[in-house]
Design a protein around this ligand. Structure first.
Ligand code: GUN
Length: 293
């Protein structure tokens, strides 16, 4: 078993981005600038946004955080989006999800200008990705592809089972894994809560991507000997022994699955760190106008 080490890889990717940003600055170019809108006080979202801002500092980007109270109306959020769409210094921005229930995530995602949509959530970016056209690839699938690429894991012709059909992970992951690219060219099955015989389907996976958001759901009996196991789960579970009062659990029961797998991502220290690299990469692409010319 080999660990897919997100800590090591993300440091490598960030160093590459920083080198490019340093060069842009040395040549008198514009410093890439990412903004984030955070509505309310969701604890996990606070943590994610803080690490996105910290990563901006590490790679030499400017960052702006727009913090809005839980009670902010949808119209107010849309007016902040409009302002960022029209701000020439902002290369790209994200609206952290989930949003309070009185705000439509679809309406918000569609309001972000596609050329600044570094989350890759706008239908134009999703559609372009499906067609294999230049597009911002959403951060988590991007991070997973980067891990597979940098560990030289061959995916062509393999059976890739994605558990979870979310708009931001499962769905794009399935599309990207079947594309005629490397990584890609896999035979993909997307599973969800209505899938019959989920365990049997997972047992046939050469590459198993767990993105269902249920802590330690994937146990050893779901996994074929020698499979590549990618764990996208990051759920906070109560743990009184921790100072924070919670522990982070993946969707995979690591201790029993790891000995059966050829490669596996740990949680924490796996996909989560690579996700931020996806966002940093997209912001750099946005600042270079590399996707929407
Ligand atoms: N919430 C969980 N993951 C993400 C992400 O990749 N982007 C945004 N904006 N919100 C999230």
């Amino acid at each position: 078993m080999q660990l897919l080490d997100g800590k090591f890889l993300s440091a490598q990717v960030k160093a590459e981005i920083k080198a490019e940003v340093d060069k842009i600055k040395a040549e008198g170019g514009k410093t890439p600038h990412l903004a984030a809108i955070l509505v309310g006080n969701n604890g996990a979202s606070e943590t994610y946004v803080a690490s996105k801002i910290k990563s901006c500092e590490e790679v030499g980007f400017k960052s702006t955080l727009v913090r809005l109270p839980e009670t902010t109306s949808e119209a107010e959020v849309l007016s902040h989006i409009e302002a960022l769409n029209n701000d020439a210094d902002i290369d790209g921005f994200i609206v952290q999800l989930p949003l309070p229930s009185h705000i439509s995530e679809n309406t918000v995602m569609e309001a972000v200008a596609p050329e600044k949509d570094v989350d890759g959530f706008h239908p134009i970016n999703v559609g372009r990705m499906c067609k294999g056209l230049p597009a911002y690839i959403s951060a988590t699938p991007f991070g997973i592809l980067e891990m597979l690429k940098r560990y030289n894991i061959d995916t062509a012709g393999k059976h890739c089972v994605v558990v979870g059909r979310s708009q931001i992970v499962g769905l794009p992951m399935g599309i990207l894994m079947q594309r005629n690219t490397a990584p890609g060219n896999a035979t993909v099955t997307i599973c969800h809560s209505r899938t019959h015989n989920l365990k049997e389907v997972c047992q046939s996976a050469d590459i198993l991507i767990a993105a269902l958001g249920r802590p330690e759901f994937i146990t050893a009996d779901y996994v074929k000997e020698g499979a590549v196991v990618i764990d996208v789960g990051i759920t906070r579970v109560v743990d009184e022994s921790k100072k924070s009062g919670f522990a982070i659990k993946g969707d995979v029961k690591f201790d029993e699955v790891a000995p059966k797998s050829s490669y596996i991502t740990p949680v924490p220290g796996g996909v989560g760190l690579m996700t931020i690299c996806g966002l940093m990469t997209n912001t750099l692409l946005a600042s270079k106008k590399a996707i929407f010319k």
